[in-house]
Ligand binder design. Structure first.
Ligand SMILES: NC(=O)c1ccc[n+]([C@@H]2O[C@H](COP(=O)([O-])OP(=O)(O)OC[C@H]3O[C@@H](n4cnc5c(N)ncnc54)[C@H](O)[C@@H]3O)[C@@H](O)[C@H]2O)c1
Length: 345
């Protein structure tokens, strides 16, 4: 339901956010600032959290997706726990509402495929929140290797245990970002998977060393864990003519090139933008809806990354990676809190 803006002929897109925990609160913060968008409401059964986010951003705070849909929205950003993505997505699609679904698209490949099929039938935009693609350092790496013959990719994504454990391990929580990047960088699909996993401290895997081969012949490696006392996110890409190194946190990207027979080479720092990745992602979602163009991260890509992540867990392409949330991880209760979560991603 597009409304006429008071100050412009451009229609205003009414967008809501479902699930305003750590990630959804940031979706709402970003959407509240967009020109041509009205943050139509936030929905979360945690009323305290919904009220906190709604009152901070000046939008209605609702208890459920049904209440939000009842208010009339054009699009919804879904940042509820992953095991709820399918049902919430299908409820939105049934009301003709475009959706952005946080990564991973769903708990299982079958659930992800349900979302894709429903969105396709309804002719609605479906985008997946693989926000790392919008990191300016990742975009600089992608630009540097675009016309190159990629040989190998090594990604490190490590850090301490998250303050609030979810019901998934590092493969579904972290490595799925990098599986998506490997496919995106190479423009190819992963065809061979060699995972090494360990749960050193947690109930689920907290260390993963994952090796892949893509259909295009690229070898790739992901090193991820929750046991490193500091956060590190690096990408190294070897191509036939260049070696590109990116630090996704400091956003420094360097390329080595001009390899000489004597072993010498040149180095240069590449120019990297400053955009907030989540803002760029949500802007791409809104633009895809307004222009009727395909979104930059499709449901099919979301399912492909999830399928590989699940295969890493136990080799079965359609295995359930985690039980539905019980609110408990081991014997530790999930710590609920009203989060002053408006941090930049
Ligand atoms: N793209 C990224 O980098 C990134 C980072 C973190 C999380 N995520 C994804 O975002 C999603 C949420 O993760 P989070 O860390 O923000 O979790 P969170 O627990 O902080 O927030 C989830 C929120 O959803 C609410 N919720 C529960 N049931 C709901 C329902 N039926 N309807 C609406 N809201 C409901 C909860 O009350 C909570 O406030 C997950 O899918 C996660 O994988 C993505």
């Amino acid at each position: 339901m597009l409304q006429s803006a008071k100050t412009s002929a451009r229609p205003v897109l009414r967008v809501g956010v479902v699930g305003v925990g750590v990630m959804g609160a940031n979706h709402a913060r970003v959407l509240a600032e967009f020109p041509g968008v009205e943050l139509a409401g936030v929905a979360d059964p945690d009323r305290k959290q919904a009220h906190y986010v709604g009152s901070t951003l000046g939008c209605p705070a609702l208890a459920s997706v049904e209440e939000l849909l009842g208010r009339g929205v054009d699009a919804v950003s879904i940042a509820a726990p992953t095991h709820l993505h399918r049902d919430i997505a299908l409820a939105c699609i049934a009301r003709g509402v475009h959706i952005l679904v946080e990564k991973p698209i769903a708990s299982t490949v079958a659930e992800g495929e349900d979302i894709i099929a429903a969105a396709r039938r309804a002719g609605l935009t479906l985008m997946i929140g693989h926000v790392e693609r919008f990191n300016p350092a990742v975009q600089a790496i992608a630009a540097a290797i675009r016309k190159e013959d990629i040989l190998s990719i090594a990604i490190t994504r490590v850090g301490p245990f998250p303050p609030r454990m979810s019901n998934v391990g590092v493969v579904i929580d972290l490595a799925v970002h990098d599986i998506d990047l490997i496919c995106w960088f190479t423009g190819s699909q992963i065809t061979e998977v060699q995972p090494q996993l360990s749960n050193a401290v947690a109930e689920r895997e907290d260390i993963a060393l994952l090796q892949f081969r893509t259909a295009s012949g690229v070898l790739a490696h992901i090193n991820t864990n929750w046991l490193t006392p500091f956060k590190a996110r690096t990408v190294h890409v070897a191509t036939r003519r260049k070696y590109v190194i990116g630090d996704l946190l400091t956003r420094q990207v360097t390329e080595c090139y001009g390899f000489q027979p004597d072993g010498s080479y040149s180095m240069r720092h590449l120019s990297v933008g400053h955009a907030e990745p989540l803002r760029a992602e949500l802007m791409a979602f809104v633009t895809a809806i307004k222009d009727g163009t395909p979104p930059p991260v499709t449901g099919e890509e979301g399912v492909a990354s999830l399928a590989i992540a699940i295969q890493c867990l136990d080799g079965r392409p359609d295995a359930e990676p985690a039980p539905k949330s019980t609110g408990l991880v081991g014997t530790e209760p999930v710590q609920r809190r009203v989060r002053s979560a408006f941090v930049k991603s």
